[in-house]
Design a protein around this ligand. Sequence first.
Ligand SMILES: [Zn+2]
Length: 358
Amino acid sequence: MPNASDFSADLNISLLADTCRVPGPPGHEQRVRKFILEQVGQYADSYYEDHFGNLVLVKKGASETPFMVAAHMDEIGFMVTHVDENGFLKLTPLGGFDPKTLTSQRVIVHGKKDLPGVLGSKPIHLMDPEERNKAPKIQDFFVDLGMPAEEVQQLVQAGDVVTRDRELLAMGHCFNGKSLDNRVSVYILMEALRLLKDQALPYTLYAVFSAQEEVGLRGVQAATLKIQPKIALAIDTTIAFDVAGARKEEYITSLGKGAAIKLMDSSAIAHPKVVAFLKEMAQAYEIPWQTEILTGGGTDTAGMQKFTAGGALAGAISIPTRHIHQTIETVHKEDIQAALRLLCLALVHANQIQTHQP
Ligand SMILES: [Zn+2]
């Protein structure tokens, strides 16, 4: 058995920051695909992109049996629906935003070129008492680009996409920034490919950077129909509501307590064999771990499980995340390292999962 320090890697903060910075709202992941290929294309035996926008890197194993690992590369964003006569933009969301978190945020509008903008709304001074007590809606916001209407109209049109603008920040034992859902997992899967480059794997790894997860687990379904994995792991963020005011019964995971082994989310129940295998690996290699029961929110786990004929042995490794789907998402450094080690060890020892049906 390799010793417990195997696959421990120092965190590459600049790679994580770069990974979070690349804009890639659902259906517009081309810049993320290019970035991933530049970083880790060399570690794959082959790769392909499909019509859905998924990027699949294949690393051959001793057997051709497919082991699929999916990390969605899209981030929540917006599409411009309307450019008004004064040059302000109206938006529709691509993914699940909590409107109250959008007030006074900076965004980047991906028009003919990338343009900085701010999400504006009505000043509180002008709101009547009823308006002040109402939760904001996405429709209440507009993008102000700080330029005259004619200039805006030359650079931006309906259909252009918009992303959040926030640099990654090292904060205490954590990282804070936009798009850690799910770029932290993109980072983990890229680092796994690098760390495993000279490692023999029992099964053939399909490392899938999936598209359009945030609008309903769409890309992974198309990728799975082609790959038909026997074993499938999603890598994604999950809720850490371990903060001031949280009630005990609202617990999902805790920041800094280790990689979260998914038992279920609202779209999938992890296969007991996969759960048992991940727990065994974590215990054997002294990787901090916790379980995850995510009562609201789905993941690519479901797409892989359901779109394989006869079902895949599916589960997930999750990264506890505070302030998820906001511009200030927070993850813990040690949870990233734990999840990366657990993923690498699961891939190397995958033949210890009982793949026969009971
Ligand atoms: Zn996600």
